[in-house]
Design a protein around this ligand. Structure first.
Ligand code: NAD
Length: 413
């Protein structure tokens, strides 16, 4: 298989996806240029301070010192690369529809500097057709005339930040390209940095598979969140039910209830799917319903927590434990805890929060566990969070994480 030469990779976007990819490529013998348009982040990275939990400062410093990696905001450096991967955010706009402005600007940024025989891969999550209908036309229009042969593939990133087991290297990578030559080059590239690359017939299959993976999670989380409410009405502990169902060795997969869904992927990607369906004259009813159930969860959690407070207390003091969207990371993007806090405040509560991995959140600072409260909500169980200290003080806790079992004063969702 034809590997790209020289072994210089340019990665557009140095965030949760781009920086771990850079380090994986350095480990595999590539020299990496990390392009990011956020100058402060570029400076931080080049000073050896990693902005993402999955990459340690020492790993980053080693790559910088060896001269195998450098961050820059200068797009012209792309001309040195034989492979360019796009890893920029694909968020929702204020109508909760796909916002591809950053992806378009990344394509426009690289296009004038793409050398002949370069492979361009989109790793950003988006709806089927994004590579073919958005990225390729931009690059073809703006590329240098001398760059006759450009190869294009889609290889949606599957990284799970904070995961101690699955990472860039050992997670199989889906690859779908616009033609056989692009596919051969993309497979050779990913086989040089990952343990396994899985070939699919088109970029659209790869793009759709990514949406399916994350929508699968969204709808199963919604199912269990709805099921939790049904069980709670009858005094049944849903986590015991899930444990019981999990004893079936086939055909069941456990999902746990929680405050809702957060992060840049699970709450967002399925709405790329629902939007795409509408463009094709269809409605993804099941997915829309799942989205709506998950969005009702913060209100339900607020109601459950306030029901644990003595009704004579007019302004209940509520401490939220963990505001990041999942344990082990300080990432608060799309965290459902924002809606939880808003519902609590709307119902007259005085709300404070504590999260050892989040120094500031929406303009506020955390309190320590000594903050005097009437009830605490364990929203995200962060490592290093001393929940036992609260329990020993006799504070009632609503545990939304299924991490505290059989302790007096702790109620499970
Ligand atoms: N975070 C995850 O767990 C995860 C997992 C799988 C897939 N994805 C997908 O990967 C993509 C990137 O997500 P992320 O979490 O790494 O985002 P991020 O916000 O952590 O990082 C993106 C970086 O891109 C930079 N950027 C934005 N626009 C740019 C541009 N036009 N040119 C250069 N740099 C630009 C930003 O400054 C930022 O540093 C998204 O499509 C996301 O859905 C994310």
């Amino acid at each position: 298989m034809s590997e790209q030469s020289p072994r210089i990779l340019a990665i557009i976007g140095q965030g949760y996806v781009g920086l771990p990819l850079a380090m994986a490529a350095v480990d595999a013998g590539w020299t990496v240029i990390g392009v990011d348009n956020f100058e402060a982040k570029v400076a931080q990275i080049n000073s050896g301070s990693s902005p993402v939990e999955d990459i340690s400062d020492s790993q980053l410093k080693a790559a910088l010192l060896k001269g195998l990696y450098k961050a820059t905001h200068d797009f012209s450096t792309v001309s040195q690369a034989s492979v360019v991967t796009i890893c920029v955010p694909t968020p929702l706009d204020d109508k909760r529809e796909p916002d591809l402005a950053l992806l378009r600007s990344a394509a426009k940024g690289i296009a004038p500097f793409v050398s002949d025989e370069t492979l361009i891969v989109s790793e950003s999550t988006s709806y089927p057709g994004t590579l073919r209908d958005i990225i390729i036309p931009i690059v073809k229009e703006l590329k240098p005339e001398a760059s006759k042969n450009i190869y294009f593939a889609s290889a949606p990133e599957r990284v799970n930040p904070g995961d101690p087991v699955w990472n860039q290297k050992n997670t199989p990578r889906l690859i779908g390209s616009i033609d056989d030559a692009s596919q051969a080059k993309a497979l050779a590239f990913y086989e040089s940095i990952c343990d396994a690359a899985v070939s699919v017939s088109t970029p659209e299959v790869a793009e759709a598979a990514k949406l399916l993976e994350n929508t699968f999670r969204l709808v199963n989380i919604a199912l269990i969140n709805e099921f939790t409410q049904l069980c709670a009405t009858s005094g049944i502990n849903v986590n015991e039910v899930i444990d019981a169902a999990s004893s079936k060795p086939y055909g069941f997969m456990p999902f746990r209830p929680g405050v809702g869904v957060g992060g840049h992927c699970i709450p967002v990607d399925p709405l790329y799917l629902t939007w795409w369906a509408r463009q094709n004259g269809e409605t993804a009813e099941f997915v829309e319903s799942a989205d709506s159930i998950n969005h009702q969860m913060p209100k339900y959690v607020a109601k459950r927590a306030l029901s644990m407070v003595d009704s004579s207390i007019k302004t209940p003091k509520v401490l939220i434990l963990g505001v990041a969207y999942k344990p082990g990371v300080g990432d608060v993007r799309e965290t459902p805890v924002t809606e939880l806090r808003d519902h609590l405040v709307a119902q007259g509560a005085d709300v404070a929060w504590h999260d050892p991995l989040v120094p500031t959140w929406e303009g506020s600072k955390p309190v320590d566990l000594g903050w005097d409260c009437d009830v605490a909500i364990l929203a995200t169980k962060q490592p290093g969070m001393d929940v036992e200290k609260l329990i020993s003080k006799g504070i009632r806790i609503l545990d939304c994480t299924n991490s505290i079992k059989n302790l007096t004063g702790v109620t499970s969702l």
